[in-house]
Design a protein around this ligand. Structure first.
Ligand SMILES: C[S@@+](CC[C@H](N)C(=O)[O-])C[C@H]1O[C@@H](n2cnc3c(N)ncnc32)[C@H](O)[C@@H]1O
Length: 189
């Protein structure tokens, strides 16, 4: 499995990265160096694009701990027919995601400020998270926000054990300079 960003997405993600650069000068949004951002934020998110193939128009995706909108923004851009919720407890980060959605014309990207454990249930068809918490924490949030039987995808550094009550499939991939990563695909048994 290799993350591939479709060519047509390169122009809008460049605009996103320019906006992130402008905001980061005054709002300290990310500690990533400029040259790390495309690979760590955009290309890493793109590994999830093939999983969207299982979702029909109108389905809902929830991204937990989206930070600057990652991976939610990449998914919303790729599939305008899906509604992608971007949840984060940081109001400052969600303000940035709102501005990015506005500037890129992403009406299907819905930023939500609040704690995942407190926001009203979303009944989403797919859950995703990158660089956030333990699997137990994420699946606790997913119990609240996932539709019955819906899968959850966690972007992690490497394989992990399946938590009790879940079946896990690990999909390994490699980023050009940042090395090995894994998509953990979890479903309730
Ligand atoms: C390391 S950042 C990852 C950001 C983004 N997913 C990425 O890969 O660039 C973790 C994010 O999780 C958010 N977060 C932590 N606990 C949370 C909670 N209980 N509810 C919502 N967001 C939370 C933090 O505010 C932070 O923005």
């Amino acid at each position: 499995m290799e993350p591939i960003l479709p060519d047509w997405m390169k122009e809008p993600v460049t605009r996103y990265l320019e906006l992130l650069d402008r905001w980061s000068r005054t709002h300290a949004l990310t500690s990533l160096e400029m040259e790390e951002r495309y690979e760590e934020l955009i290309l890493d998110s793109a590994v999830l694009l093939p999983f969207l193939g299982a979702l029909g128009p109108g389905c809902k995706v929830a991204d937990f701990g989206t930070g600057m909108g990652i991976p939610a923004l990449v998914l919303a851009l790729a599939r305008p027919d899906l509604t992608v919720f971007a949840l984060d407890k940081s109001k400052k980060k969600i303000a940035f995601v709102k501005q990015a959605a506005l500037e890129l014309g992403l009406a299907n990207l819905r930023p939500l400020a609040g704690r995942a454990e407190e926001l009203p249930p979303l009944r989403a068809d797919l859950g995703v998270a990158k660089a956030v918490g333990t699997l137990d924490l994420l699946l606790g949030w997913w119990d609240r926000h996932g539709a019955p039987g819906a899968p959850f995808l966690a972007l992690k550094g490497g394989p992990e054990e399946a938590p009790a009550g879940y079946a896990l499939a690990a999909h390994g991939y490699r980023l050009p300079t940042r090395g090995r990563r894994t998509v953990l695909e979890l479903r309730r048994t």
